[in-house]
Design a protein around this ligand. Structure first.
Ligand code: K1U
Ligand code: ZN
Length: 173
């Protein structure tokens, strides 16, 4: 397993739609392991393949945040939201590609998602609470959408400028 570098916004790769995965092979299993390791190391509760510069439709999640909770890593290949609740939920979101910036985003409170598991099985599950917010945030990444795209243009611009400054500082050190 290896840590992968997480792309920081603004980066054109974070704005692109990703390609569906056609077969599960050892390369993909290695990528899933690396993404989980990278997510736990960050630390984060989710990660999408384009955030580590792989333009394919795979996400990982583990929203068990409590210290004494058992880990519950999930790997979702070609995930699709097949149902959303009428009820909506507001959550203060963050993003590993937009470090230290948080903002409230409103999304469906519950979603049903279908995906392919690493063993090739088709899965379908309903997510709620933080899991629902996180899985929608990660699927958005696969379509080149960031949580700041839900914000008013001025706030989005302010965050983007902060990230440009951060990237300049990171490049210097
Ligand atoms: O996609 C990402 O960049 C990961 C992101 C996922 C996410 C967070 C909050 C709402 C929706 C989606 C993160 O994990 S940011 C870090 C974070 O939220 C966190 C880190 C450690 C413990 C608990 C939360
Ligand atoms: Zn994110």
């Amino acid at each position: 397993m290896a840590l992968r570098k997480i792309l920081i916004h603004p980066d054109p790769r974070l704005k692109k739609t990703t390609d569906p995965i056609v077969s599960v092979d050892d390369n993909l299993r290695r990528l899933a392991d690396d993404m989980l390791e990278t997510m736990y190391d960050a630390p984060g509760i989710g990660l999408a393949a384009p955030q580590v510069a792989v333009m394919r439709r795979m996400i990982v999640l583990d929203c068990e945040k409590e210290e004494d909770a058992n880990p519950n890593p999930m790997v979702l290949i070609n995930p699709e939201v097949v149902w959303t609740s009428e009820e909506r939920n507001v959550y203060e979101e963050g993003c590993l590609s937009i470090p230290e910036q948080y903002a409230e985003v409103e999304r469906p409170a519950e979603v049903e998602v279908q995906w392919l598991a690493l063993d090739g099985k088709t899965m379908r599950e309903r997510f709620d609470g933080l899991w629902a917010t996180c899985v929608q945030h990660e699927i958005d990444h696969l379509d080149g959408k960031l949580f700041i795209d839900y914000l008013k243009p001025l706030k989005r611009q302010m965050i983007t400028r902060k990230m440009q400054k951060l990237k300049r500082e990171m490049a210097r050190s």
